[in-house]
Design a protein around this ligand. Structure first.
Ligand code: HEM
Length: 362
């Protein structure tokens, strides 16, 4: 393996007009959840509104990790409870036949250590991931352009979105047959109709890892999960993704590895362009922990009230040793804070960081 490079503040460079872009992003995101709140009365997230799996799990950091891997959360061996939330990207709750990238959020509970600003009283470490190795946009400005178009369609033309998704899925199929793929086509509704538990999830953007810089991935490893890779789901059921997660966890549990990919060359693996996939041939993902979820309900209304409504997942909830890096991550801090604050106001109850799984309903 090439040697991991250490973080240097010179690697982070503000995008032109980053502050203005952030303000516009916040307005646009707020307008999406305003629309869905008016239409449904529900305090939904501005994006990733629909959840498909809500799980209890446990993460274990093994004994004897080599010093380079023993950073932050992974510095000491031990086990912690985890909440997992599977989602898809839109801010409106659509039938699953509008097929978009899948999200996976982890909240590790009971973590000790110096905290990121604003989370000093908490003990959580969150990881927020999507099932592709790189973000669809290089920086916040480019992301804002797409988000504005999406915002204009919130809660509108569901039949058109389904038809468009079917057309885009066949375009994506053609691309994949030809040995390529498109994050853009997938994000617009062309994501293949596949099982969310067979996917590998990626942070797409880098975080600190002690003195180093990494991207993070969650990789399914139990046979029950790996055999779901690219397994088809029946999009005639509008909530099929939730159904297949429930069906899986009614029968069996699941195991994943949490892996990190070190930045070994800042030119080849930039921090400030989130659309560039860091080459795994140069720096492979290496395992730092195992996550085990036992058989369980997988998704219930009461879990949705507690987790979808009562919790917020953000890369800025965590240890200073895992500070998020780069423009996309910088603007995400205020965006996630705004979205969860608006949700708390609309539901008339605070969103608090949990200290344990006690009190989480079934
Ligand atoms: C400028 C870029 C981005 C912005 C402005 C943004 C904004 C947001 C917002 C406002 C939420 C809702 C938060 C809440 O109400 O609790 C959210 C959720 C989410 N985002 Fe992002 N995001 C960005 C980039 C990303 C990237 C790069 C990823 C993954 C690799 C990602 C994955 C997710 C996921 C999985 C959720 C759902 C979190 C949950 O389960 O509660 N986002 N995002």
């Amino acid at each position: 393996m090439h040697t991991p490079i250490e973080y240097d503040p010179r690697f982070e460079i503000l995008e032109e007009d980053e502050g203005d872009t952030q303000a516009e992003l916040l307005d646009t995101l707020h307008s999406i959840s305003d629309t869905t709140f008016k239409d449904t009365g529900k305090p939904l997230r501005s994006v990733h509104a629909k959840s498909h799996g809500l799980l209890r799990a446990e993460i274990t950091i093994p004994d004897g990790l080599p010093p380079v891997l023993a950073q932050g959360l992974f510095a000491q061996p031990g086990s912690y409870p985890v909440v997992m939330r599977l989602s898809t990207t839109p801010g409106d709750v659509l039938a699953d036949s509008v097929s978009t990238p899948r999200g996976m959020s982890l909240k590790v509970l009971g973590v000790d250590g110096a905290r990121l600003p604003g989370t000093e009283g908490d003990t959580t470490q969150d990881f927020v991931m999507v099932n592709g190795p790189a973000f669809m946009n290089s920086g916040p400005k480019q992301f804002l352009g797409g988000l504005k178009m999406l915002a204009a369609t919130t809660d509108k033309a569901p039949a058109l979105k389904k038809a468009l998704s079917a057309a885009l899925r066949s375009i994506e199929k053609g691309l994949e047959k030809a040995g390529t793929e498109s994050a853009q086509v997938k994000s617009m509704g062309g994501h293949p109709a596949t099982h969310p538990l067979g996917e590998t999830y990626y942070s797409q953007t880098p975080i600190l890892f002690g003195p180093y810089i990494v991207k993070v991935a969650l990789v399914p490893v139990s046979v029950g999960l790996t055999q779901l890779h690219n397994a088809p789901v029946d999009l005639d059921n509008p909530d099929v993704l939730r159904q297949v997660v429930r069906d899986h966890f009614a029968q069996q549990g699941g195991e994943w590895e949490l892996r990190v990919q070190f930045n070994t060359n800042i030119e080849e693996m930039p921090i400030e362009d989130a659309s560039i996939e860091w080459p795994e041939a140069v720096s492979p993902y290496v395992t730092v922990a195992r996550i085990v979820a036992p058989p369980q309900a997988g998704w219930t209304e009461s879990l949705s009230n507690a987790i979808d409504e009562g919790m917020s997942f953000s890369i800025w909830h965590g240890l200073a040793a895992h500070r998020p890096l780069g423009a996309i991550n910088r603007v995400r801090k205020a965006a996630y804070e705004m979205s969860s604050k608006a949700r708390a106001q609309r539901r008339g109850a605070p969103i608090v960081e949990p200290a344990s799984l006690d009190g989480l309903p079934f």
